[in-house]
Design a protein around this ligand. Structure first.
Ligand code: UP5
Ligand code: MG
Length: 198
């Protein structure tokens, strides 16, 4: 993927910060293709002949980061598939929930494509926990329970925040308050995004 031809935005934020919710809005209004690393991993985990199924299952339940080779490959394949299927694709991608470890960030930007910038949804743990426990009643996600949520938060603080800080030092982060209503969060997203995209 040539950086002149594609626009990749990373979408980061703690578990339950609202990444997926806001990506859906951006897809509707800006014609991005949304790729959630977590969704791709869950799909791979459920694929019958996947050699990584069991590994992914245990990493997700423990809130740990699946070895980067797996995730980077899934993302790259998904991007290629989209572009091959749609000859008019403008190359606009939202990469949601990735990169959440430094090695992934470096690997992706080196071997796939650099991102233009990062949308970072900032939300306190208390609020994220409330949302995830509520969703857990119906989501069927193996990691939407108190024990896994605690582990996801720990991984986020120790492993994923350093990635946000890394991009922040390069002035590539758009930080958005994620505690308000989804509509209000989206309003701030739009305003800041348009400022940045010019
Ligand atoms: N909600 C959303 N916005 C709200 C708002 N403003 N006010 C009130 N409620 C709001 O939202 C979560 C819930 O909150 C929903 O019920 C929503 O209605 C409500 P959502 O938009 O789904 O938030 P999101 O940030 O997308 O939360 P998600 O649970 O998807 O975050 P995670 O980052 O934990 O999950 P992800 O799927 O990205 O990753 C899961 C696991 O996969 C990781 O823990 C890890 O084990 C693995 N993984 C890797 O190993 N490598 C990767 O690169 C990526 C993932
Ligand atoms: Mg999500």
């Amino acid at each position: 993927f040539s950086p002149n031809k594609v626009t990749v935005l990373f979408v980061l934020g703690g578990p339950g910060a609202g990444k997926g919710t806001q990506c859906a809005n951006l897809v509707r209004d800006y014609n991005f293709t949304h790729l959630s690393a977590g969704d791709l991993l869950r799909a791979e985990q459920d694929r019958k002949d996947s050699e990584f199924g069991d590994l992914i299952k245990s990493y997700i339940k423990d809130g740990k980061i699946v070895p980067m080779e797996v995730t980077v490959q899934l993302l790259e394949n998904a991007m290629k598939e989209v572009v091959e299927k749609d000859k008019d694709h403008k190359g606009k991608f939202l990469i949601d929930g990735f990169p959440r470890k430094m090695d992934q960030a470096l690997k992706f930007e080196e071997t796939v494509c650099p991102s233009k910038f990062v949308l970072f949804y900032d939300c306190p743990e208390e609020e994220m926990q409330k949302r995830l426990l509520k969703r857990g009643k119906t989501s069927g996600r193996s990691d939407d329970n108190a024990e896994s949520i605690k582990k996801r938060f720990k991984t986020f603080v120790e492993t994923s925040m350093p990635v946000v800080d890394f991009f922040q030092k390069q002035n590539r982060v758009i930080k958005i308050v994620a505690t308000k209503t989804p509509d209000e969060v989206y309003k701030e997203t739009k305003e800041k995004l348009e400022q940045r995209l010019g």
